[in-house]
Each structure stands twice: as C-alpha cells, then as structure tokens.
Design a protein around this ligand. Structure first.
Ligand SMILES: Cc1cc2nc3c(=O)[nH]c(=O)nc-3n(C[C@H](O)[C@H](O)[C@H](O)COP(=O)(O)O)c2cc1C
Length: 353
C-alpha cells in the first residue's frame, strides 16, 4: 500500500479557510497532482445496476465537483462513480461567504453554499468533449434560486444532460435553496416526476435524492410516487437541519449538516426506504460514511452503492481504498459471495433503531 501523505498535509490545508482549501484541492486534481489508485477492485465489489457496470460501490457525493471539472481524476483516486453538480440551468453565485464550516470536534461539516455553479451550458461544454469510461458519471440537477417555475428547471436540466450522464439525479433535498424541499411533498413531486420522465428521451437512469428530515408519512409519499412513475433509484440522503449531539463551537452556523453526526439519521432513513420499496429500487446510501464498517452498515441497511464527502475532508483520499478493502473483507467474513447478497440483509432491524 502506498504511503499516505494526507495526515502530514492536513494541518496546512486546514489552516486555509474551508472554501479556499476546497478550491486548492480541485486545482490539484485538475493538474493531475494526486495519488493514483492502483490495482483492480476486488471482484466481490463489482455490480451491475441500472444497466451500468460499477467496478466498486464507493462514489463521490454531489457538491464536491459542482461544475464537472474533475470526474476522471476522481476515478483515478479509486472511486467507482462520481456525481457532479448540483448544476442549475443558469449560473449562480450562491450565498454570501463564509458559507462552509468545518466542525472537527464532531468530524462534521456545515454548508450553506446555495448551489453556486457555472450553469448547464458550461457543464455541457466541459463534459461534452470528454471521453466516456473509467467510471460511472452521475449528473445532479437543481433549480435556480430566483426561478419562478422550479419544476421547469428540472425539465431543462434533464434535456441538457441526458446524453452526457450515465445517470441523472433530481435533487429536491438541499436545505439551502428556499422552497426546494417543498418539491418532496406528494402533489408537487407527482407533477415534477411526471414532467421530468416525459422530458427524458433516452434511457438514462433517473434517481431522486431526498432529505433525511422527512417524517415517516413524507417518506412513504416519496416512495409511492417514485415507484408509481418508474424512477430508477433513490439517494438517501442529503444534509440535515438537525443539530443533535454536536459539541463544536461552529454548530450554530446555518445550513446543512453532514459527516459523522448524520450517519445514524441517514442510515435509519435508508433502511426504512429499503423496507418501503420491498428492496425493488436500487438505493445509494450517503451520510457520515467514514470507514469500511460504516459503508458496510449502509449496505446492510439497503444501499447497493454508497457515497461520501465530509469524511474525505478529515481523512483524505486514502480513505477510498481503505473502505474498498474493508468492505471486501467484511463480505468475505460474513460469507457473502457478492455485495448484492448483503444489500438490505439487516434493513428491518436498522429501520427500527
Ligand atoms: C460542501 C458541501 C456541498 C454540497 N453540495 C451538494 C449539492 O450541490 N448537491 C447535493 O445533492 N448534495 C450536496 N451536498 C451533500 C452531499 O452530497 C451529501 O449528501 C452529504 O454531505 C452527506 O454525505 P457526507 O456525510 O459523506 O458528507 C453537499 C455537501 C457538502 C459538505
């Protein structure tokens, strides 16, 4: 295994304001200054989902690469898939800075970025020239803050990215765009999903990403709409507005909380979603994954794939390889020949915790 430099680099990187450190990380990925993952992924981690071949189930969550600048570098780091975005039809600046906060005492992050991105045209121009392959590319789409018809923004998004993406995510769960989460309510979602599915002219899989703060009835509604309209999968979950159990002085910042304190809440919701769907819809588990054990728990709760973001800020990219190795070892230990066999194996118990 290659020597992990990140523990030595982290104090220097974290001396910078978080958004600046993030831009420096993106720049170094653009310049090719990152450790390449070498060796093949263990065969037990391979899966075919939505008609796509995932060489491993570990993905970069949305929000890290909002403009699709570095998907191929992310595959080079060892991710099996990368989700770029959220991208909105028109470019937008996002909220005033500072808007991104580290909570090291809680191994957490709070952000109120507000969909800062360069818009669909810039993303399409960038990704249009790219050679496909190397990993699975998801594109996560959203609505502009000042849009009077948010549903139309998603229709525009699907039409623009469907030929560039291996899968598309309808993000209706960011807490930082006023009114966005209201699209999770049954009637609004019926209309949104209906229009978006009608706008889709290719077979590109369509997933919905939900908030961890939905109550049981709200979750049942989302699952019912998703299943009725033939949505391909769900991502559980986005960041939370809850501030339960935090000790870091930055805990009072406004925005969405991610990282370790989100793990229990998002994993419970994932397990409930698996139970409600009867295991029929592939789920992506995201929220607080910071080890192979945490990733394995998401899989037992019902995730076919997992994503992470916040833990990378604290542990660096060697975490990706550690998770893959630990997952393969856990499957072997528990006698599962493949990952698919373990998906949802403990969903019932975990949904009641
Ligand atoms: C700085 C930051 C920006 C994010 N931006 C987005 C976004 O644009 N779209 C989205 O769907 N999720 C976004 N997320 C949420 C992540 O994709 C993920 O759902 C959440 O952080 C939980 O995973 P984690 O605990 O591994 O970070 C963002 C998260 C962070 C920390």
């Amino acid at each position: 295994m290659a020597f992990d430099l990140f523990p030595l680099l982290r104090p220097g990187l974290h001396a910078f304001e978080p958004e600046r450190a993030h831009e420096m990380t993106l720049r170094s990925l653009e310049l090719g200054l990152y450790p390449r993952s070498c060796g093949r992924d263990p065969a037990s981690l391979h899966q075919k989902l939505f008609g796509l071949d995932f060489s491993n189930p570990v993905g970069m969550a949305a929000g890290f690469d909002k403009d699709g600048r570095v998907p191929d570098a992310l595959f080079g780091l060892g991710f099996g898939f990368a989700e770029v975005g959220t991208v909105t039809p028109r470019p937008q600046a996002g909220n005033p800075k500072p808007r991104l906060f580290r909570l090291p005492a809680d191994q957490a992050v709070i952000n109120r970025m507000g969909f800062n991105n360069r818009g669909l045209a810039a993303l399409s121009a960038r990704l249009g020239g790219r050679r496909r392959g190397g990993g699975i590319l998801g594109i996560n789409i959203g609505a502009n803050k000042d849009s009077s018809d948010k549903t139309s923004d998603y229709v525009t998004g699907v039409q623009a990215v469907q030929d560039l993406a291996d899968y598309i995510v309808i993000n209706i769960s960011s807490p930082n765009t006023p009114g966005l989460r209201d699209l999770q309510a049954r009637e609004a979602l019926e209309e949104l999903v209906g229009r978006v599915m009608a706008a889709r002219s290719s077979a590109t899989p369509l997933l919905v990403k939900i908030a961890p703060d939905l109550d049981e009835a709200g979750l049942e509604d989302v699952v019912a709409v998703a299943m009725a309209h033939g949505i391909d999968g769900m991502i559980v979950s986005n960041t939370t507005l809850s501030r339960e159990g935090l000790s870091d002085p930055a805990a009072g910042e406004e925005g969405g909380l991610s990282g370790r304190p989100l793990f229990a809440r998002s994993t419970r919701m994932l397990a409930r979603t698996h139970v409600l769907t009867g295991g029929k819809l592939p789920l992506i588990g995201v929220g607080g994954v910071d080890s192979g054990a945490a990733a394995y728990r998401k899989i037992l709760a019902g995730a076919s794939l997992i994503q992470l973001y916040s833990a990378l800020i604290y542990q660096g990219p060697a975490l990706i390889g550690r998770i893959k190795n630990e997952l393969a070892a856990a499957l072997n230990r528990d006698g599962h020949a493949s990952l698919a066999e373990a998906v949802g194996a403990e969903a019932k118990a975990l949904s009641e915790q």
